[in-house]
Design a protein around this ligand. Structure first.
Ligand SMILES: NC(=O)C1=CN([C@@H]2O[C@H](COP(=O)(O)OP(=O)(O)OC[C@H]3O[C@@H](n4cnc5c(N)ncnc54)[C@H](OP(=O)(O)O)[C@@H]3O)[C@@H](O)[C@H]2O)C=CC1
Ligand SMILES: O=C([O-])CC(=O)C(=O)O
Length: 274
């Protein structure tokens, strides 16, 4: 597929067809105003044949680093390790990249300069979180502090680098255990597939070094629970969300819906919320 457009529709490519990408691709296939699903990338195309043949309009399957040439908007729904291969080719061409592996942006921050230099954009959806509109608004003024406490069931944390490196045994926990307390930047290093939300919160507000995060392994919860306290010169607010895990226990179901809501805004006549 070339970079040539044949209609006014924005072409959207989806990188990764896991718990988030498959829902986003389905929503695009079913119809989002002004957008067309043009291409997808997966690690193992054979595994996704059934899903792809169930779509009304079959997209092209392309290598992950070629999506940026085949779409106006590339939606990253893959592991953090693939972030650069997905986003760089898009923003270099002045396209938009929707990023869900937000934690990975901290180690690839030059992509933002690259996007700026080439007229590209990086869009971070609210994802599994809540209230980034209020945090964005408060950040126009002065935010004094942002604190976030994340509690996850054991299945949602297993395999996190922090747990593996520190040899923490979370399998037999009977009570909540505070695993980590520190900055959003350090939380993202220790829990790259678990606290994208903390990084998104930090980028909306006072940055990854000043945003304070606690991560708890909690055998008493069945949902991914995030509680946030913001103290600003314009307002004080507390927010909470209890996410039902998707088929990937690390990923809340609402994440895909947040990406779909963001895509709907790209061409919608009425946009509500910042
Ligand atoms: N911002 C937020 O609020 C949130 C962000 N996330 C993050 O979103 C990302 C996606 O999550 P989720 O959908 O649950 O993950 P999944 O593990 O369910 O899906 C990942 C997908 O990426 C594909 N993939 C992996 N490697 C490659 C590759 N080299 N080339 C092409 N495709 C590849 C996999 O392909 P295959 O199926 O062929 O193996 C799979 O389809 C993660 O980084 C996660 O941490 C999650 C929750 C909330
Ligand atoms: O932030 C993440 O990566 C995932 C998360 O907490 C959630 O789905 O609730």
């Amino acid at each position: 597929m070339t970079d040539q457009k044949t209609s006014n529709e924005l072409r959207v490519a989806v990188a990764g067809l896991g718990s988030i990408g498959s829902k986003v691709a389905t929503a695009l296939d079913q119809g989002i105003e002004g957008l067309t699903l043009s291409a997808v990338a997966v690690r193992d195309p054979a595994k996704h044949q059934g899903f792809l043949s169930g779509l009304r309009h079959r997209p092209q399957i392309m290598p992950i680093d070629q999506l940026g040439a085949a779409a106006d908007i590339v939606v990253e729904c893959a592991p953090t390790s693939q972030l650069r291969a997905i986003v760089e080719p898009a923003v270099k061409r002045g396209k938009s990249a929707v990023v869900v592996s937000v934690g990975g942006l901290l180690d690839n921050y030059d992509l933002i300069d690259l996007a700026r230099a080439n007229g590209g954009r990086i869009l971070v959806p609210t994802g599994a979180l809540i209230g980034l509109d209020a945090v964005n608004a408060a950040a126009v003024g002065t935010i004094h502090s942002v604190k976030m406490v994340t509690r996850k069931p054991i299945d949602g944390l297993r395999g996190a680098p922090f747990i593996v490196q520190n040899k923490v045994d979370i399998d037999d926990l009977r009570e909540p255990l505070k695993l980590f307390e520190g900055s959003a930047r350090d939380a993202a290093k220790g829990f790259p597939a678990n606290v994208n939300v903390a990084v998104a919160l930090s980028l909306a507000g006072i940055g990854p070094d000043r945003t304070q995060v606690q991560v708890w392994a909690d055998p008493t919860v069945t949902r991914n629970v995030h509680r946030i306290e913001v103290e600003a010169d314009s307002a004080r607010f507390s927010m909470g969300i209890e996410n039902i895990p998707s088929e990937n226990p690390k990923t809340g179901m609402i994440t895909a819906l947040s990406v779909i809501a963001l895509l709907r805004k790209q061409r919608a006549t009425l946009c509500v919320g910042t």
